[in-house]
Ligand binder design. Sequence first.
Ligand code: FAD
Length: 396
Amino acid sequence: SNIPKIVILGAGYGGILTALRLQKELNYNEADVTLVNKHDYHYITTHLHMPAAGTDKAENARVSISKLIDEFKIDFVKSTVVQIRTQDKKVILEDGTLSYDYLVIGVGGEPETFGIPGMSEYAMNIRSINSVRLIREHIEYQFARYKREPHRTDYLTFVVGGAGFTGIEFVGELADRVPELCKQFDVDPQLVRIVNVEAAPSALPGFDPELVEYAMQVLTKKGVTFRIGTAIKECTPDGVIVGDGEEIRSATVIWAAGVRGNRLIDEAGFETMRGRVKVDEFLRAPSNENIYIVGDNSLILNPEGRPYPPTAQIAMQQGVTCAHNLVASIRNQPLRKFEFKNKGTVASLGKGEAIGLAFGKTYKGRVAAWLKKLIDLRYLFIIGGIPLVLRKGKFF
Ligand code: FAD
């Protein structure tokens, strides 16, 4: 048939928003839409620090894709993309091949280790449902191990690399979880150390300095030790080597210091900067008018010419514009330029504590924590309406 084929790779923030918008805007038989994702669920990345620390169940951070999309309008394929072949307009899956007329790439980023030796071998990442399940079990296991080998206090030292959004949100949760674990395993809380190591001269770069100060105070009071302006030089099976050779012995290293684009993008032959593609004003890949790239794999410059940090917020807005432009292309209508509207950012610092910037104002403490909840509920509403808010909302 001549019905155009749209294939969306990845059901993350960018991919799922593109799919949901297409489902709404396309008329019957205007296009064949296929959504491909590694898992049969969508996960809420911005909530993953909680199941990672064990303050919430992993179950609450994921939603079955069949509950989000209308399978009469969109074909869902649960599979892993192994190669994108732009010349043949084909996508190679682990178990098959798809051809497309229009392609949307939304497979999300990967951890960036900056070539630090041992980091990809020995550190864990907060990335997916599977990765946070591993972190949670690993942390609990260290407490259990310590009880059998009480001289090994390194089992009770937790090193977190990176004091950006992810690192800060995670140490806040972990600090909340520690008292519970100490009680459960009869461990003296004084022996537990959470060390947050950051190479930059400040935590939470880009945030208002007063808020950063507040965040560090709150977290320090909860028991987090900060090593700001300290680079991790190497990760080993015994911990990390920092700065000028000092060793922090630890059986747990979580790397939360960087994201790069997906390997698939480099391998497909696109021109990239750390795996991210500088897309045109309509979100298309250079010299590939039929390929849109959304989320962590795309690079968009702000009016000052600096790249926007990859966030869920920008990925969602890109999904909306991407769907609009796909429909416009099919109908031979003019495309719409993408413009990021920053609605603000809130970083959680554990239970009842957060910092944020929204509506041109700064927030901290309980009010900021409510704001965070509101943002999470709004997201559930956007992707799954009231039913999803009722089902999952109470956990956020
Ligand atoms: P993702 O959401 O990463 O989704 C990618 C999807 O593609 C996944 O479903 C994955 O399974 C699938 N996939 C990957 N590879 C393949 C493959 N080969 N084949 C098939 N499918 C594949 N941003 C904010 O704006 N606010 C926050 O508060 C915030 N907090 C965060 C907290 C944490 C702990 C983390 C880790 C991130 C946070 N972010 C936050 C950043 C945000 O989560 C990301 O920018 C966002 O998820 C990017 O969306 P995406 O659409 O690019 O891809």
